[in-house]
Ligand binder design. Structure first.
Ligand code: ZN
Length: 282
């Protein structure tokens, strides 16, 4: 863990100086209230400075308690596969999470927790959606918002505006509603096939720029197509994304931020979901 002590001491002395000169000009009552306010301000700014100044290394990040991350794909009736849940089942999953006291966090919060030790709410979890399906805006987002949850939506840009998939406006709406928009490649080619810079441009850089234009914010998170990862890709992705998400494979001890584990949630009872979250994450 690295802490920037210079920054810390400069900020504290500046705050003290300002508070001293102001106090001398006030009467006694004002001085008392000023001192209290200044003490509060110092402790708040100290806390945030300490948090931002901590920089965990890979080993320290690996030792931190994992946050359960869920991964959904299709939300529709009549399919019986590992990548689908019915709308009713999805809604009962969210209810069970809320009833069990879980609080959703977003990738920014997970990154600050892993890298800078920022605190998380009680019982944190993250919910993510892959493949840009239309039901992510018609069902997932509104149901999440009803429970005061927010999610991360990983977009493959080749499907934009196609039937059964999200439009550009809908993706922008997700971001506006407080959800995180991340990238899931251009057309779902796995990173192990990115053999030269043409692939990186087509699958990562161009779609990242397109999404950034669409939502007016940086795109800082990536979900590996098919969850497939290798060290070479992680090294490159680390230059473009704060976090990248795999599935239930092992994390890379050199690149824990580029190998965040997620559990695919197929049709399972809400009870089983809560139990699996506890057993699947350290
Ligand atoms: Zn996918």
């Amino acid at each position: 863990m690295k802490i920037n002590f210079n920054l810390l001491s400069i900020t504290v002395s500046v705050t003290l100086l300002v508070s001293c000169s102001q106090s001398q000009q006030n009467d006694k009552q004002d001085v008392a209230s000023q001192v209290t306010k200044t003490k509060d301000a110092i402790s708040i700014s100290l806390e945030s400075i300490i948090e931002e100044s901590i920089e965990n290394n890979a080993t320290e990040m690996m030792q931190k308690k994992e946050v359960p991350v869920l991964c959904y794909h299709r939300i529709e009736d009549g399919r019986n596969d590992a990548y689908s849940v019915s709308p009713d089942m999805f809604i009962s999953h969210l209810k069970a999470l809320s009833d069990s006291g879980y609080n959703s966090i977003l990738p920014d919060e997970l990154y600050d927790y892993l890298k800078h030790n920022n605190p998380l709410p009680d019982k944190p979890f993250m919910i993510t959606f892959d493949d840009s399906r239309k039901e992510h805006i018609t069902i997932a987002a509104p149901e999440l918002e009803k429970q005061n949850f927010r999610g991360a939506f990983f977009i493959m840009t080749v499907t934009n505006n196609k039937k059964n998939y999200l439009t550009g406006d809908e993706i922008a709406q997700l971001a506006k509603n407080g959800h995180t928009v991340g990238l899931h490649s251009w057309d779902h080619v796995m990173v192990t096939k990115y053999t030269d810079s043409t692939f990186w441009k087509q699958q990562v850089l161009d779609p990242q720029e397109k999404l950034e234009d669409m939502i007016g914010k940086p795109i800082e998170y990536w979900a590996y197509p098919n969850g497939v990862y290798n060290r070479q890709a992680a090294t490159e992705l680390d230059r473009h994304f704060k976090l990248s998400f795999i599935l239930m494979a092992k994390r890379d001890s050199l690149y824990p931020l580029q190998t965040i584990r997620r559990m695919i949630v197929p049709t399972m009872t809400p009870d089983k979901l809560i139990k699996s979250m506890r057993s699947n994450f350290n």
